[in-house]
Design a protein around this ligand. Structure first.
Ligand code: CDP
Ligand code: CDP
Length: 219
């Protein structure tokens, strides 16, 4: 039905990017690619190896011996499935420090373009419409109020039994991550000029999904 369609989805943490993108992919029968999962997987590796987060040389060296892949919606780190581990809050707390490193971004971008090549895809992240796939057919920028995003993430973590964390702390952590992601020198979080903004604060997941599918299918 589609011929090399590519949909770019960007926005801050907890706005609904991955939930919405996954459902759009299912509805349109195209592939979903979660670029945040790739940065998270590499962060997991750096933390597991006990590498100092300020030691960029060591981190870049580690990247060269790391194999990351995203297959059928699952993330693999050195051929091991790490879907669950990458969602731990300790990863959220450290990922932005890894994602700001130029060599890390270059490696991930290469990988992301390679995975997307010759396929119908929807890809979500921070720099997809601006850097990774600047020529994508459709670009969306998904937002929601910080209060709503913090509440959503809090609910997610409570369900995973990470109960030691408070809503207030989650809100602070999200604000800090958004700040780091949008002020970094390379590939910062930014709405692409030609992106359509969708504010999901008062929207259900289905409403947002249908909105995107309708736009893409020209309704
Ligand atoms: O799902 P959530 O919004 O919490 O984050 P994510 O999409 O899993 O991304 C985790 C982190 O990876 C972000 O906070 C960014 O630091 C980084 N990231 C990035 O720099 N560029 C991307 N294209 C995707 C993620
Ligand atoms: O990927 P991103 O960080 O942008 O957000 P997400 O992980 O897709 O969404 C965070 C949480 O918000 C999930 O539990 C979603 O089910 C929920 N959500 C919601 O309640 N209402 C929406 N309109 C969108 C997402």
């Amino acid at each position: 039905k589609y011929n090399n369609i590519s949909i770019a989805v960007d926005g801050p943490a907890g706005a609904g990017k991955s939930t919405i993108s996954k459902l759009v992919a299912k509805k349109m029968n195209i592939e979903y690619i979660d670029t945040g999962a790739m940065y998270r997987a590499f962060t997991l590796k750096v933390l597991e190896k006990g590498i100092n987060l300020n030691d960029e040389i060591k981190i870049i060296e580690e990247l060269n011996s790391t194999y990351i892949d995203f297959i059928n919606g699952h993330i693999y780190l050195d051929n091991k499935n790490v879907d669950k581990q990458i969602r731990d809050n300790i990863i959220s707390q450290n990922v932005s420090d890894i994602a700001k490193i130029r060599e890390v971004r270059n490696g991930m971008i290469r990988l992301q373009r390679d995975i997307a090549k010759d396929k119908n895809i929807i890809m979500d992240g921070r720099d997809i419409g601006t850097v990774v796939l600047p020529k994508s057919n459709f670009k969306f920028y998904i937002t929601a109020s910080i209060e709503e995003r913090a509440k959503r993430r809090y609910k997610d973590l409570i369900q995973k039994c990470e109960k030691s964390i408070s809503l207030e702390q989650i809100k602070k952590e999200i604000e800090k991550r958004d700040e780091l992601d949008s002020t970094r020198a390379i590939g910062p979080l930014k709405k692409a000029k030609d992106a359509i903004e969708i504010n999901t604060t008062y929207k259900s997941i289905n409403e947002s999904v249908n909105l995107i599918v309708d736009i893409v299918e020209g309704r």
